[in-house]
Every structure is written in C-alpha cells, then in structure tokens.
Design a protein around this ligand. Structure first.
Ligand code: NAP
Ligand code: HSE
Length: 438
C-alpha cells in the first residue's frame, strides 16, 4: 500500500483547527485528502480547550519535534507572528519539507529569502491562505494570469476591517463592540491592532505586488493608514455624497520622474478610501474580501469571497496541501519543481515616494462659518493646480461648520502642499480627515 503524505501542523487555533477538521474528515472531498495524514500538531498550551478532538499523543508543545520529524513531508505553519514561525519554516525547508503557510507577516518580510531557500532545497512554499482568506488569488495570479502585464491591483483584503466598516455603515454600530464580535468570530489577528491600523492589509498588498509585478518590494516603505482614526461622521458624509468607505490596498505601476530605469516604479498604499456606489468593490460587505486586477490583455478581473475565518482559510490551506500532494503523487519530489507552483522574483521593483501617488481625495475641514471661506479654500487649491470635483458644507452652526472637499486626481504632493496652505487660513480650525477616493 502506498504510504500517506505526512502533515505537521504548527498551530491549532482558528485556522489550524479548520485544517485539522478537513484532514480528519476526508469523506466526500477530493480523493487526495485521503492520501494525507496528520502526524503531529504543535501548540503553546496543551491544556487549552480545543474546538476539535485530536489524539493527545500527536500534540506537542515543542514545534521542533514536528519540524524535525522524518515522517512529515509538509509543514503547515498556522501559528502566526514573526518568530519562531520564520525560523521554524527555514529549519523545515532545510530538512527537505515543503511549507504551506497562512502567515502573511512572515511572507511579506522574508518571502524572497524563503522562496530562494525552498528552490535550493527542492521544496515548495505555498501561501494561498496568506491573502484573501478562502479566495483563490495567489495561484491564479501565478498561474492563470501569467500571460498578462498587470497594471493595477486594488483590494479589500482585510476581513476584520471590512466587517467593522460594513456594520458601522449599515447599523451605525459602535466600533469597539463590532471589533469584539470580529475577534469572537475568529476574523481578527492575535493583536487586532494589525487589522485596524492597516498593517495586515499592507503585508498582503506587499505579497500581491511581488507576485503581480514580479519583484519584491520593501514592506516597510508602504504608506499605511488604518481605520483606527476614522470617525462615524465621515462614514455618514460619504454616504450622503453617494460613497462607501472601505479600507483599500492599492498597488499600481506608474510613470515616475525618477531616473532608475532598471527597476519598475510602483505606487502602493493602504488607506481608507471612498468608493462610489457604482464601483465593482462597492458591494463587498461583511467579512468578504475582493481583489480587482487590471491587466493587459485581460482587462478587469475580480476575485471575491470570504476573507477570514476558520473554514474559508482552511479551505485555502488544504488546497495548497493538495497541490503539493498531487505533484508528489506524480513523482515530482526531486529538485525539479513545478515552475508555476514555485515562485521567485524575476525583476526589480521599488516604491515611489508617497508625494508621487496620484488619486482623488476626500478632505474634511472644520472651520468658522463665515462669508467667503469656501472661496478662500478654493483659491488655495487652485493655486496648487488642484481641481475640485465638489465642495459641500455640512453641520453649519454658530460654533462652526464642516466642509467636505472631493478633488479630481492629483499628486499627494499637491494635496500636502494645499493642506499646508489651508491650515494657514484664519477661518480653518482643523483638517479633520483626508482619505483617498475612487
Ligand atoms: P490563533 O487562533 O491565535 O492560533 C495560533 C495557534 O498557534 C494556537 O493554537 C497557538 O497555540 C499556536 N502557537 C502560537 N505560538 C506558538 C508557539 N510558539 N509554539 C507552539 N504553538 C504556538 O491564530 P489563527 O487565527 O489561527 O491564525 C494563524 C495564522 O493564520 C496567522 O498567521 C494569521 O495571520 C493567519 N490567518 C488567519 C486567518 C483567520 O481568519 N484567523 C485568515 C488568514 C490567515 P495555543 O492554542 O496553545 O495558544
Ligand atoms: N485578520 C485577517 C483579516 C485574517 O481580518 O483579514 C485574514 O487574513
């Protein structure tokens, strides 16, 4: 009888439990699921109450026992965090094991190093679950869209924040209460600041940029604004103006003024963004994610589905395990890797400075409700060549007024300069919000 493919799980939390559930219940799934066997599981606390029943003898608190076990061919890393996750992945690769991981923080920072090491050792590192939860997006970019020149990737790629924003918009529910529910549902990171400050989305857009444009980018360079400072009045004003607010991650190739011709210039950012009701991403609510890819010759293609949670994420993890199992079943377990499953950078990319990013903008100003103030604001923008799409006054009362400006597409350098000028006006009390707008 052919021996089964041994799986070692690092982590038995939200995602790990979902993965174990599938492996231990192969009925009515692809026959390859029956060809894999859970050999060992590492956790931090053996006494913790689990959602799934796992034989006690295969659970350990020493992850090295899993990573060094010769019966295991695939390590599934779903423990999260940078260390010891990164070191365990590296050790497992050196031990000749393939890796399946959902850990975007490790891959966004060390993905290239890990991919090279994997190639040198003739093993795979597959990361489908690291972006978009259950949405197949990593392998489609690597395999199905390989013939395209990608121009832009725009994504709602954090389930927790999309869940929070959708419920704030629809029910007017309070931020902290919804975040707590998102944590209970298993959507949020161990430290939810990673979600609400936009860091998780920045990890994910770094990964998507690398795959879409062929070159690694420096994760630390991505301008990142989360939803932690977003006020419910901005959601309300956006709605009144025909927009929704979403936390968007955008990566696009641009024509830069810079002289570095050997490296592809990319404008990348994560920020709360107003999107018009007609935009394809406008209907993406709750924990769902969507990634809109614009390429040549395909045009626009959008990937949509549940972006977090045990079941969807486990679905993506198991898909990767089965990809490796399929290749191994065909005998491809030497150093000849399937080039479409293996991924490496093939050119240099770099991020342009944030002043070069071109976009429309939503700006909310708090000011005195005095005659001529809108004219003065318009003049400051006009002097910087910033064209205004609309300017609306809300909440005018003796204490002051709020003015919302939507600009046409301009550089962030022009906007920064304009806001500096506006802050000098006597009537302006505060630039209270600045977001992107699609
Ligand atoms: P989680 O619920 O916090 O589970 C983490 C698991 O890892 C726990 O079982 C924990 O053990 C174990 N663990 C942590 N550090 C360990 C250590 N040093 N040694 C041994 N075991 C250790 O996290 P999760 O939500 O499943 O997320 C896991 C990974 O998947 C993260 O990288 C996350 O970003 C990613 N991810 C999560 C989702 C999602 O929807 N949750 C979606 C996509 C990707 P104990 O149980 O004993 O504490
Ligand atoms: N915390 C992440 C999110 C999990 O909410 O999107 C999925 O990567």
């Amino acid at each position: 009888m052919e021996s089964k493919l041994g799986i070692g799980l690092l982590g038995l939390g939200t995602v790990g439990s979902g993965v174990a559930e599938i492996i231990l219940n192969p009925e009515n799934r692809h026959p390859l699921v029956s060809d894999i066997e859970l050999i060992g599981v590492a956790v931090r606390d053996k006494k913790r109450q689990r959602k799934i029943s796992i034989p006690d003898q295969i659970i350990t608190t020493d992850p090295l026992q899993i990573v060094d076990d010769p019966r295991i061919q695939i390590i599934v890393e779903v423990m999260g965090g940078l260390e010891p996750a990164r070191s365990l992945i590296i050790r497992a690769i050196k031990n000749g094991k393939s890796i399946v991981t959902a850990n975007k923080s490790v891959i966004a920072r060390y993905g290239d190093e890990i991919a090279s090491l994997a190639n040198d050792n003739g093993v795979y590192v597959l990361i489908e679950a690291a972006v978009g939860g259950g949405i197949p997006i990593i392998e489609p970019i690597k395999q199905s869209l390989g013939g395209n020149q990608i121009k832009r990737v725009t994504g709602i790629i954090n389930g927790t924040t999309n869940y929070i924003l959708s419920r704030m918009e629809k029910e007017g529910a309070a931020f902290d209460k919804i975040l707590k529910t998102a944590q209970e549902l298993g959507y949020a990171e161990a430290n939810p600041a990673a979600d609400i400050e936009g860091l998780d989305a920045a990890d994910k857009i770094a990964i998507l940029s690398g795959l879409s444009f062929g070159g690694n980018i420096n994760r630390a360079d991505i301008p990142t604004q989360g939803i932690n400072n977003l006020q419910s009045r901005d959601i309300d004003y956006a709605k009144r103006l025909g927009y929704q607010i979403k936390l968007l991650a955008i990566s696009e190739r641009i024509d830069s003024k810079e002289s570095n011709k050997d490296s592809l210039p990319l404008a990348v950012r994560v920020q709360p963004t107003l999107i018009s009701q007609e935009h394809p991403l406008a209907g993406v609510n709750g924990v769902n994610n969507a990634i809109l890819i614009e390429g040549d010759p395909i045009g626009e293609v959008m990937f949509y589905g549940p972006g977090a949670g045990a079941g969807p994420t486990a679905s993506a993890v198991v898909a990767d395990i089965l990809n490796i199992a399929g290749v191994k079943k065909l005998g491809g377990n030497g150093t000849q890797l399937d080039p479409l499953l293996a991924a490496n950078s093939w050119r240099d990319c770099h991020l342009v400075g944030s002043d070069e990013i071109i976009q429309s903008n939503y700006i909310r100003l708090i000011c005195e409700d005095s005659p001529g103030v809108i004219g003065k604001i318009g003049k400051v923008f006009g002097e910087r060549n910033v064209s205004i799409e609309s300017i609306v006054q809300f909440e005018a009362n003796p204490l002051g007024a709020e003015i919302v400006v939507i600009t046409h597409k301009v550089t962030q350098g022009q906007i920064k300069d304009s806001l500096n000028g506006i802050k000098q006006l006597d009537e302006i009390k505060e630039v209270a919000a600045h977001m992107g707008c699609l």
